[in-house]
Design a protein around this ligand. Structure first.
Ligand SMILES: [Zn+2]
Length: 468
């Protein structure tokens, strides 16, 4: 039974979807003013892995993730790139789609954009004003946070603490307009030259938090199952989403709140961020390393834990993938001397690995324990592929299960590029030659691979290869 750590309760809770067999999931997407960095990519990978495991478990997942395509950050990029805000959004949405495709992140069911939802935002803000939960000041509209019961429930902060934090955070001009420092903006009056929309409060644009409320409700309904985002969004963004949404619909907004940890860099594990300037863009990492290795590296750390971004970590991920590839190729290679049919003990052993994997992953998507099961499974597969006699359906059951496990982590070896499967085939042929003490053939294959810049390493776990 799946348990999810809920930020709201600070406990692992049994997952009970609103509709059996379906999951409504909303994940806060990027502000599209720049290329995404590894920290943003990690968040997208973490929630994609979660989604893939839900799908592996038989759920149909309705997955919505937004693009924030307005705001000051886009306006600044438009100035520096001497173009329009719309062109900035189009450029960086396209870049996001390219980077996430390279990381094998499934596209959302739908990626709504803030600019497509202005009328919905105005309707929500108008409703909150009518309920006396929001007020207009000089073209701005603010939410009366004190009026919302349990404001601070998600970030587990008492109101007094929020008041202190808020007064340190906002600038003087804004504080002067607010009734209370913890009130937050739903709508902002247009500044000269800014992209703006007509509204009952004059020309302006939405505050950042409100767009997610509107899009989640519009595309998934008043109550959703899972709401995700980076842990930096817990407060104020998600706290404000709850306050606005629940004030608007009168219903609970999200049943499970999930937050992913940061990416850290350097010996002192500094948080990777645009503001600290210590970031690596996803595309730079993808240009330097095997795409599947980057993906697997990110998917292999539990989503709530910090991810240390190191070259050694990426190398380890690459080595593991090579090990999976060789195991898979060895299984497929044995088809030529396999007899038809299957063996009950082998099929039940594979089923047991599957059960163990589910038990591990059902514990709040514990990928580390899930991968420990996959490693044991690989040992079993290697042993079977080296057995004196094999059955075709057993081989294919191993391959099928391996592909299914790896799909959860976004790794697809069935799509392995031609050269990789050719290399894997040659390695298998070389191992067969060595086993038959045909050293002339095994040396010839090694030389052939060396000529293609492929280095072989014979280890206790089998032969691995890497490019020079
Ligand atoms: Zn959001």
């Amino acid at each position: 039974m799946l348990k999810i750590y809920n930020t709201l309760s600070r406990e692992k809770e049994i997952f009970r979807p609103l509709t059996p067999g379906r999951v409504k999931m909303y994940v806060c997407g990027p502000t599209v003013y720049n290329y995404i960095h590894i920290g943003n990519a990690r968040s997208a990978v973490a929630f994609d892995t979660m989604r893939r495991y839900l799908e592996f478990s038989g759920y149909q997942v309705d997955y919505i993730s937004n693009f924030t395509d307005i705001g000051e950050k886009l306006a600044r990029t438009a100035v520096s790139e001497q173009t329009t805000v719309a062109a900035v959004a189009a450029k960086y949405i396209a870049a996001f789609n390219e980077d996430t495709a390279a990381l094998n992140i499934e596209p959302a069911t739908y990626h709504p954009r803030a600019t497509e939802n202005i009328s919905g935002i105005i309707a929500l803000v108008s409703d909150l004003i009518a309920k006396n939960l929001a007020y207009e000041v000089a073209g701005d509209v603010y939410f009366r946070a004190q009026q919302f019961p349990n404001y601070g429930q998600l970030s587990h902060q008492p109101l007094s603490e929020l008041e202190v934090g808020a007064s340190q955070r906002t600038n003087d001009a804004e504080t002067a307009r607010k009734e209370d420092p913890i009130d937050f903006a739903l709508w902002k009056a247009a500044k000269p030259g800014e992209v703006a929309w007509e509204s009952p409060w004059g020309a302006g644009s939405p505050g950042w938090h409100v767009e997610c409320s509107v899009m989640a409700i519009k595309y998934l309904g008043a109550t959703i199952d899972i709401h995700g985002g980076g842990e930096d969004l817990e407060f104020p963004h998600h706290e404000n989403e709850i306050a606005q949404s629940e004030s608007y619909t009168g219903q609970k907004f999200a049943n499970y709140w999930v937050h992913n940890g940061f990416v850290t860099v350097g010996t002192d594990d500094e948080k990777m961020s645009k503001s600290l300037g210590n970031f690596v863009t996803a595309r730079a990492a993808l240009a330097d390393f095997d795409h599947q290795a980057v993906r697997f590296f990110m998917a292999g750390t539990h989503y709530r834990r910090p991810l240390r971004y190191t070259e050694a970590g990426l190398e380890d991920a690459l080595n593991e993938i090579q090990r999976f590839k060789v195991a898979r190729a060895n299984l497929l290679y044995r088809r030529k001397d396999a007899t038809s049919g299957s063996t009950a003990p082998i099929l039940s052993a594979i089923a047991e690995f599957r059960q163990n994997f589910i038990a591990a992953m059902d514990d709040d998507f514990n990928v580390q324990n899930g991968l420990a099961v996959v490693h044991e499974f690989i040992r079993s597969a290697n042993k079977y592929a080296a057995a004196p006699a094999v059955k075709l359906d057993d081989l294919m059951a191993y391959v099928g299960q391996l592909d299914e496990f790896l799909a959860v982590f976004g790794v697809d070896l069935s799509q392995t590029e031609g050269v990789d499967s050719e290399v894997a085939d040659l390695i298998v042929a070389r191992n067969a030659a060595r086993a038959a003490k045909d050293y002339a053939t095994s040396d010839r294959i090694r030389d052939e691979l060396a000529a293609r810049q492929i280095i072989l390493e014979d280890t206790a776990q089998g032969t691995r290869w890497r490019r020079q």
